[in-house]
Design a protein around this ligand. Structure first.
Ligand SMILES: Cc1cc2nc3c(=O)[nH]c(=O)nc-3n(C[C@H](O)[C@H](O)[C@H](O)COP(=O)(O)OP(=O)(O)OC[C@H]3O[C@@H](n4cnc5c(N)ncnc54)[C@H](O)[C@@H]3O)c2cc1C
Length: 245
């Protein structure tokens, strides 16, 4: 699908955690936004130095539940996009482009265990994948583990969506890993870094596939662990959340 440029309009917002906001957009001309789950949109911000800054956000929309473009953004104090997006009001418009990105599922790939790992807002692309996962689990995928890494229980964004799928789909499992909280946990929560969970999954290189999204340090650490364990680079698919300029 070709990358398009379009004007985007804010419809509504809500806080998901103390520092993460869910924003719902539509295309200003009301045309449909077609994307493949896992892809991102890029927003273009005019900066005071006269240059345009690009910032990308994974599309979190669950296809079939909404036609809008939903994203989750984590607030960075003084960040160009953070200041713009956290202060937008419904009806405000600006320029965007997309969709783009290759952190997508392959329809015809046979997978024993599919592990989808996201830190913070890095869980957003997997939210968009939920209906597709449900379908792929009927034929090509034996088990899906969705692992969210955050600091505290209060930071578990979108957990209710993953829990709802996990409850009704035995092949889809959800686990929230809390790096700074070890007590008062629910049964689908574990203390420690998200990549610690690999030890408990009995992963098999050649049969299992891992997606990593979000914090670059988590991705580097997890990638090293997995490649040392025998995974080839094609079986560990990564998207680091960094600013482009
Ligand atoms: C493909 C892709 C998808 C992405 N999807 C998302 C998404 O769904 N949600 C989301 O929130 N972000 C996402 N990001 C990151 C996002 O594009 C921005 O980098 C992020 O929002 C910060 O932009 P900013 O303009 O607010 O801050 P900047 O102006 O870029 O940064 C301001 C200052 O904060 C520092 N900084 C930047 N990021 C962090 C951080 N995480 N922690 C601490 N300090 C930091 C910078 O080094 C700089 O000094 C994605 C990035 C990519 C490449």
């Amino acid at each position: 699908m070709a990358i398009q440029r379009f004007e985007i309009e804010l419809v509504e917002t809500k806080m998901l955690t103390d520092s993460i906001k869910h924003l719902v957009f539509k295309k200003a001309d009301n045309s449909a936004f077609n994307f493949t789950p896992g892809q991102f949109v890029t927003f273009l911000f005019d900066h005071e130095d006269g240059k345009v800054r690009r910032r990308s956000y994974s599309v979190a929309t669950i296809p079939g539940k909404s036609d809008h473009i939903e994203i989750a953004i984590s607030y960075i104090d003084g960040g160009i996009a953070s200041e713009n997006l956290f202060n937008m009001k419904p009806g405000d418009k600006f320029n965007a482009m997309g969709p783009a990105g290759r952190l997508v599922l392959k329809e015809d790939e046979k997978i024993r265990k599919l592990v989808l790992v996201g830190t913070g807002t890095g869980i957003a692309p997997y939210r968009a994948m939920l209906p597709q996962l449900e379908r792929l689990c009927k034929e090509n995928i034996e088990e899906v583990y969705i692992l969210l890494g955050v600091q505290y229980q209060k930071d578990t964004l979108y957990a209710e969506d993953f829990r709802a799928y996990a409850k009704t789909h035995p092949k889809i499992k959800f686990m929230a890993c809390l790096s700074r909280q070890a007590s008062g946990l629910y049964t689908d929560e574990a203390p420690g870094y998200v990549q610690k969970q690999f030890e408990h999954l009995a992963l098999k290189p050649g049969q299992d596939i891992v997606y990593l999204c979000g914090n670059p340090d988590m991705i580097d650490d997890a990638f090293e662990q997995l490649t040392k364990a025998g995974f080839d680079t094609k079986s560990v698919r990564r998207e680091k959340y960094i600013s482009s300029n």
